[in-house]
Design a protein around this ligand. Sequence first.
Ligand code: ATP
Length: 206
Amino acid sequence: MSGEKLGIFGGTFNPPHIGHIYAAQQASQALGLRILFIPDNIPPHKKMPPHSASAEDRLEMTKLAARQVPGAQVLDLEIRRGSCSYTADTVEQLARLYPGDELWLIVGTDMLCTLHTWYQPERIFAHASIAALARDTGDRGKIEKSAAFLRQKYGAQIALIDAQPLPVSSSQIRDGLYTSDTARWLPQEVFAYIKERGLYRLDLRS
Ligand code: ATP
């Protein structure tokens, strides 16, 4: 039994940005986690915009971004599983893959506040503790309220990571990529990949 602490960081990563990297670094440092980035195939709780990058491109970009998080790994298990990516299935799969390790699910404010609406959340809390991070200043109250609710309703184990928020999002970056300078919120290698492939270009949108 290895007894490692693993930080499961799922997302659409459309594209991965400095907010993701920072959140992973902060959770890793605060709790001693080795990070597993897991890009989803089809996210159950958000609609993919029509100009989104493909699952393969999101996976490649996530690999480039993950280089900035020491010891991190990128797993393609949700993409390989296909169809809708339910975190409950992923966490159970990881519990089987890494028996004896401690699983932590890393989430930002938006995801923590909706966790109770996810598919079979009790299966998630049965295998993983939650590491929650604020995405914006003023999120603290929302996080504490959701954490109290999830602890009370599901007996969830939740740690609040005390880090200064870095308020950026993939949608904001996509929207300004070729018109303003939102590319500054991307790792250089990710932006180079996007440019080379012409991803997210307004003039190519259908
Ligand atoms: P979009 O704008 O397309 O909805 P996003 O920026 O929210 O995308 P996701 O890939 O959906 O990115 O997020 C994956 C996980 O990372 C979620 O738990 C989300 O809350 C968290 N996250 C995203 N951005 C940040 C950030 N700036 N700070 C902390 N956590 C973040």
